[in-house]
Design a protein around this ligand. Structure first.
Ligand code: NAD
Length: 325
């Protein structure tokens, strides 16, 4: 009987993953633990909340007592909960260290004490830092250059140390940049889509030269699910295989989708730190059977369509963002 605790399941990727788990016959019970920060919302779970298999527990991964109780009730933990926005990490790095490092430690200690059978720690390609050329395999040195990535790298190392020291059956996944429906509009693709929908300009940092690999969120979830079911404890799995694009190329695709030109783009000075390129070798997870299935143009069109049909979901968040700034 499989009972899975999903932290951060009311966020962007976590909510897609919960839907996938609920559809799987092998899963009997899914519990979402989420603090519902500005980034999380029960609306992300939507109709999934009606499933008899799903329980939602509001709470913080730093709450050792709560996490201890939940760990004892589950056979597996898939850990998404994190502060996830790079720009915010420039001015509130302490929150990132607290949630991403100490929160991960709290969960790992609970998993160890409860004898959880599987712990998947969800991480990012940003831990490898910028690569001028080539690709990072899983044993590539970690050289994070922004506080978000540093906090994720630290949490990856703590997770792997709990495998080495306490035999907690930890796997780490590191994926490239995700996109898809229900992403918070502070992230670049939904930010551009929502601005274009409102008839506003979009802003590009520097000359838009930074390369990112764009992966549909359902492809990442496919990879995480594979690792949950057949990953080898103690191993790291890169999840890539999206489309490599510079910021300017991504902008061009979005402008074309909305049938508008470069006069809608304003250029901003580059961020304090903006890694020039991330690139991963994902042959290890391909050997488990992972095959990304989404074409970028179709995925962007599907994503734009979701934002077009659901202004009630993102317009209030944009207002909050303006107040926050
Ligand atoms: P998100 O910001 O959309 O969601 C994070 C969720 O975690 C939210 O629901 C939030 O309420 C919850 N949360 C935050 N702090 C918490 C706490 N202390 N206790 C309990 N819940 C808390 O993030 P996302 O984009 O869905 O990313 C999920 C995971 O995937 C993160 O670990 C992130 O580092 C990683 N990741 C994201 C991407 C990406 O492109 N979005 C790429 C690679 C890896």
């Amino acid at each position: 009987m499989s009972r899975v605790l999903v932290t951060g399941g009311a966020g962007f990727i976590g909510s897609h993953f919960v839907r996938r788990l609920l559809a799987a016959d092998a899963v009997d019970q899914v519990t979402v633990l989420d603090a519902l920060t500005y980034a999380g919302s029960l609306e992300n779970l939507g109709e999934a909340m009606l499933s008899p298999k799903l329980t939602f527990v509001p709470g913080n991964i730093l709450d050792a007592r709560l996490v201890g109780v939940l760990a004892r009730e589950h056979t597996a933990i898939v850990h998404f909960a994190a502060e996830s926005h790079v720009d915010r990490s420039f001015y509130e790095a302490g929150n990132f260290l607290s949630t991403n490092v100490l929160g991960t430690h709290t969960l790992l200690a609970a998993a160890r004490d409860a004898g959880v059978l599987r712990f998947v720690h969800v991480s990012t390609d940003e831990v490898y830092g910028p690569l001028e050329s080539g690709q990072a395999a899983e044993d590539f040195p970690l050289r994070p250059s922004v506080p978000y990535a540093a906090s994720k790298a630290a949490s990856d190392l703590v997770a792997l140390s709990f495998f080495q020291t306490f035999d907690v059956p930890v796997c780490v996944t590191r994926s490239s940049n995700n996109y898809g429906p229900r992403q918070h509009p502070e992230k670049i693709i939904p930010l551009f889509i929502t601005r274009l929908l409102k008839g506003h300009d979009v802003t590009l940092h520097g000359q838009g030269q930074h390369m990112r690999n764009w992966l549909h969120v359902e492809d990442n979830c496919q990879g995480i699910d594979l690792v949950l079911r057949s990953g080898v404890p103690g191993q790291v799995y890169n999840i890539g295989g999206g489309t490599d694009l510079a910021g300017a190329e991504l902008t061009a695709r979005l402008l074309a989708m909305f049938d508008v030109g470069w006069d809608r783009v304003r250029y901003l000075p580059d961020r304090a730190s903006n890694d020039i390129r991330y690139a991963m070798d994902w042959s290890k997870i391909a050997a488990l059977g992972y095959r990304p299935a989404h074409d970028l143009d179709q995925g962007l069109a599907q994503t734009a369509d979701w934002y077009r049909r659901n202004p009630d979901r993102w317009a209030p968040l944009l207002r909050k963002e303006t107040q926050h700034a």
